[in-house]
Design a protein around this ligand. Structure first.
Ligand code: GLA
Ligand code: ZN
Length: 687
């Protein structure tokens, strides 16, 4: 495995640190270093929102303070993840150059303020950012304490300004060449929306065109393209000075405004910010969604990633900002590592004293170390001690040096295609605004989570040939020739699972003619004639060998052609008709689940697949409810993380003998404390 941060190839423990806000408090900055060391923090992300300090006036740069801080940190064994500051622009700039401020969907230009709201197209902003990045790279890229570029912050959003709209039209010209091609692809004859000049094309906006789905889809593609173009500009500006320091950008899991599979290709390292709603609902559910999202973030680049931000305590922006219960901080940190993260980083190291994040969880609370009572100090806060527990765990991994090299290997691929999500969500049919794509993915994922099976996430552009099982729920849009890949995959012996509302449209959102799932009817051995939407609270069932399983929301009415019927609908006018089928195609099999089922069905169905396909599990045992296990492997070792997401002690029979990580103690069973974690290892060396 290639090191994510070659200058310091270790598990990182750290987070966003804003010393730029504290330059007038030298004693605090000094204390911070001591507190970081005592928590085994070995890296910080700095400069993320420091533009006003780095360039206080146009053309006047001041990097001395930053150098002093990077030096000081490095002298104390703390490495810097150095940010480019484009996430927030200084006021002098946004006041002077109107064009760098975004125009919102309603056509109104922003006034100065806030963050993450610059125009990605503006030549002025691009020039300013490029110059800043070049200067930062010139000053700091040779610094031995700088290990990674943190490009901007959480790239997101859209701009509807005239510059962006013109760039959109250029992008379309490049893609479609002629208006005739575009008009056909977008089916603009509908409601007489035929374009007769490129100038008539505008972004989809609520007081304008929202009914042309091809336009909506292409706009979203363009937003990814244009954001990526900006990211590449930022990346190239620092790489031109020194190509050796890797770049990352902190992504946001299931955020749907950008296609992260495309963005990840242009980054050396994927990192992301995770803020689960711990404790506010069933923790196993929260843990499962968090686990799935980690898997997405690992899979967009198919490589280990960094957890760039998570809160060491409560956030300040959830609807209900609940404290992390004892154990949860270590558990959620180990979860990230278990899914492929080579870091545990926080937002934030020290709380800002004022403004909107002054009550957001932080390693160092306002209490600092300066009050009248000696026992009131950071080291005595619960959060700091929780952070120390993570620091100790990561230090042990770094001392042994083995976890860093390990990777997650999955036999199962779950298809999550962002363009499919866009198309699915903009289509008007069935359950408008409530098609539940991510929820559906989570449902299909749940059995694997419960049984401790590793899952990769793929989109339509990935290679799927190596997986034992490929699951493509609600793949409404077949694009990028994915159906050809699926066909070959099954032909060559793969096992594919498809569902209702799949293969409805092609990659410009035009319906397949001649029957659905488009181009795949022979693979699934069936034709899907129509789909019933059930209102909330109304159910049907699938009968399998006479046993009923509840189904809800969506029921496809299919006609098996060559497929074997494994289950039939229980009621309504389609009672007795096929609801679960399997078709042999080439040397593989394609299953079709025609209705949205509950978990009990998925558990039985995928449980059977795990057994019959010999799919690898972290532990060969039945895990108690709310407990999961994940595994990272190297050539000769498996490191297993056993995670208890319940508030009860849980006994786990490991189904074999394992070493407790970092000790010589061998165990065959475990008692996990509430929200407890255990790390195990087992050698796979051939003796
Ligand atoms: C995001 C941002 C941070 C901070 C945190 C708060 O992830 O990147 O700057 O605002 O949220 O949770
Ligand atoms: Zn713009």
């Amino acid at each position: 495995m290639k090191a994510l941060t070659p200058r310091f190839p270790k598990m990182l423990h750290g987070g966003d640190y804003n010393p730029d806000q504290w330059l007038d408090y030298p004693e605090i900055l000094k204390q911070d270093i001591e507190l970081l060391k005592k928590a085994d923090i070995n890296s910080v992300s700095i400069g993320i929102f420091a533009w006003a300090k780095l360039e206080p006036e146009e053309g006047v740069y001041d990097f001395d303070w930053l150098e002093k801080i990077i030096d000081e940190l490095y002298g104390n064994g703390i490495y810097s993840v150095l940010a480019t500051p484009s996430g927030a622009k200084p006021l002098w700039m946004s006041e002077k150059y109107e064009e760098i401020r975004r125009v919102q969907k309603n056509g109104v230009r922003d006034i100065s303020g806030a963050r993450h709201n610059h125009c990605y197209t503006s030549p002025v902003y691009r020039e300013k950012v490029k110059e800043m990045n070049r200067r930062l790279a010139e000053r700091f890229s040779k610094h031995p304490g700088v290990i990674l570029w943190h490009l901007s912050n959480e790239y997101n959003g859209e701009c509807y300004c005239p510059l962006c709209q013109a760039a959109f039209r250029d992008w379309l010209k490049e893609k479609y060449k002629t208006l005739d091609t575009l008009n056909h692809a977008w089916w603009t004859g509908f409601w007489s929306h035929t374009y007769t000049s490129w100038e008539q094309i505008a972004a989809p906006q609520p007081n304008g065109e929202m009914s042309v789905h091809g336009l909506t889809l292409d706009w979203k593609r363009f937003v990814t393209h244009q954001t990526l173009d900006f990211i590449k500009m930022e990346r190239d500006a620092v790489k031109a000075v020194d190509p050796d320091i890797p770049v990352t950008a902190n992504l946001m899991g299931f955020y749907d405004g950008l296609d992260y599979f495309k963005i990840a290709k242009e980054l050396d390292v994927v990192s992301w910010d995770n803020y689960p709603l711990w404790h506010t609902q069933d923790n196993a559910e929260v843990g499962m969604l968090s686990g799935l999202t980690h898997d997405v973030m690992r899979s967009v680049k198919h490589q280990n990633f960094l957890l760039m931000e998570n809160s060491p305590g409560a956030t300040n922006w959830h609807k209900c900002c609940m404290l992390k219960r004892p154990g949860m901080h270590l558990l959620s940190a180990m979860q990230a590592v278990a899914h492929g993260s080579n870091s545990v980083q926080y937002f934030q190291i020290r709380k800002s004293r004022g403004s909107s994040e002054k009550f957001h969880g932080a390693v160092i609370d306002h209490v600092g170390n300066s009050g009248p009572y000696p026992f009131i100090k950071t080291e005595n806060t619960r959060t700091y001690r929780d952070v120390q527990s993570v620091g100790a765990a990561l230090r042990q991994m770094n001392d042994l040096g083995d976890v860093y090299e390990t990777e997650v290997k999955a036999d199962v691929a779950l298809v999550y295609d962002v363009e499919n999500r866009w198309a699915l969500d903009s289509a008007q049919a069935l359950h408008n605004g409530n098609m539940k794509y991510v929820e559906t993915l989570l449902e299909h994922y749940s059995t694997f989570w419960e049984k401790g099976v590793q899952v990769d996430i793929v989109d339509s552009e990935q290679d799927i040939s190596g997986y034992k099982l490929v699951i493509a729920p609600m793949l409404y849009m077949y694009r990028a020739g994915f159906e050809q890949k699926l066909r070959r995959y099954v032909e060559n012996g793969g096992t594919l699972v498809g569902t209702y509302w799949s293969g409805m449209v092609d990659d410009t959102d035009l319906c397949f003619l001649g029957g659905t799932p488009g181009n795949m009817m022979d693979v699934f051995g069936l034709w899907n004639e129509e789909t019933d939407a059930l209102p909330e609270g109304m159910e049907n069932g699938i009968l399998i060998d006479g046993e009923p399983y509840e189904v809800k929301d969506l029921c496809a009415l299919i006609h098996p052609i060559t497929a074997e019927v494994l289950g039939v609908y229980e009621s309504d006018f389609y009672a007795g008709r096929a609801a679960l089928t399997v078709n042999s195609f080439g040397s593989g099999k394609a299953y079709y689940i025609a209705a949205r089922t509950e978990r009990d069905f998925l558990r039985d169905f995928y449980g059977g697949q795990i057994e019959s396909l010999g799919i690898d599990r972290a532990l060969n045992t039945t895990l108690p409810k709310g407990v999961t296990a994940h595994v990272r492997c190297s050539e000769d070792q498996r490191i297993i993380f056993v995670e208890n997401y319940t508030d009860r002690e849980k006994a786990v029979d490991l189904g074999g003998e394992y070493k407790l990580y970092g000790t010589s103690q061998r165990v065959k069973s475990l008692k996990l404390a509430p929200f407890g974690t255990a790390v195990l290892s087992v050698s796979t060396k051939i003796q």
